[in-house]
Design a protein around this ligand. Structure first.
Ligand SMILES: [Zn+2]
Ligand SMILES: [Zn+2]
Length: 257
């Protein structure tokens, strides 16, 4: 295992609170240190102050946020001599809740948020973009909502920008045009796009192509996007997978990014 070197930062880390990740917060920190990460950002799925009585099964409840903040703050202090820790969230762009989110991140003093555009509208009644099949209308909508999210200026980067490829079996001309549109928009707004390592682990497990998608990343290279690698860790030991991190560096470097 290599320590230090390229593995300096990872800002995409989940916790068990989202109910589809495992391990304790402290185990993530210990694995990050083992994996040579010098700055670790927790970015669990954001809670929302839903207008309905909807209860999400893939994110913490709003009532759990303070405990999340306290737990990460405790670890930040405890491990301060070994690793820098930031407190973030992975949030969608949900038009009807953006004013709430803007106040919330300010009030709670959250270090940063990343744009993980999983659902259109809200998850109360929206579609999940990773399950929309080959419907190009949903890709159009995904790109549109990403752009709207970027325009808010709230987000630090776009997580898994090619998320829609989880559901598709082709990268057709239309998708290529829309992907280029997103990449160009990100470049214009100096918004890094994330090469998502969790996607690679899922592709292997499920034997699918999914994302990161090579056609998308060729476009990102042509456009000249700024790229950030994110583990999107849903298990602590994912942060020790310096092998897939190394592969990603080699792949992106060979592409010319
Ligand atoms: Zn995500
Ligand atoms: Zn994530």
């Amino acid at each position: 295992m290599i320590y230090g070197g390229n593995y300096e930062k990872n800002y995409h880390t989940h916790t068990a609170r989202c109910m589809h990740a495992k391990d304790s917060d402290e185990e993530y920190v210990i694995s990050a240190i083992k994996g040579g990460i010098q700055e670790l950002g927790f970015s669990d799925h954001s809670p929302w102050d839903y207008a309905s009585d909807y209860v999400s099964s893939i994110r913490m409840k709003l009532s759990e946020f303070d405990e999340y903040y306290e737990s990460v703050s405790y670890l930040k202090e405890k491990y301060k001599d070994q690793i820098s820790i930031k407190i973030g969230l992975e949030c969608e762009y949900f038009p009807k809740y953006m004013s709430w989110l803007t106040s919330f991140i300010k009030e709670k003093k959250i270090d940063y948020i990343i744009l993980g555009m999983h659902f259109d509208k809200t998850d109360e009644d929206g579609v999940y973009y990773a399950k929309v099949g080959n419907d190009n209308n949903h890709v159009d909508q995904y790109i549109e909502h990403c752009k709207e999210g970027i325009k808010t200026g709230l987000f630090s980067y776009v997580a898994h920008p090619d998320l829609f490829m989880r559901a598709r079996d082709n990268f057709d001309e239309r998708v290529a045009i829309k992907s280029r549109e997103l990449c160009e928009f990100c470049k214009e707004y100096n918004m890094p796009v994330e090469y998502n390592l969790e996607g690679i682990l899922v592709n292997v497990t499920k034997n699918i192509n999914g994302y990161p998608n090579p056609d998308f990343w060729e476009i990102a290279c042509e456009v000249g996007n700024e790229v950030i690698i994110g583990y999107d860790a849903h298990a602590a030991n994912s942060l020790e997978r310096v092998d897939i991190y190394d592969d990603a560096i080699i792949y992106l470097t060979n592409l010319g990014i």
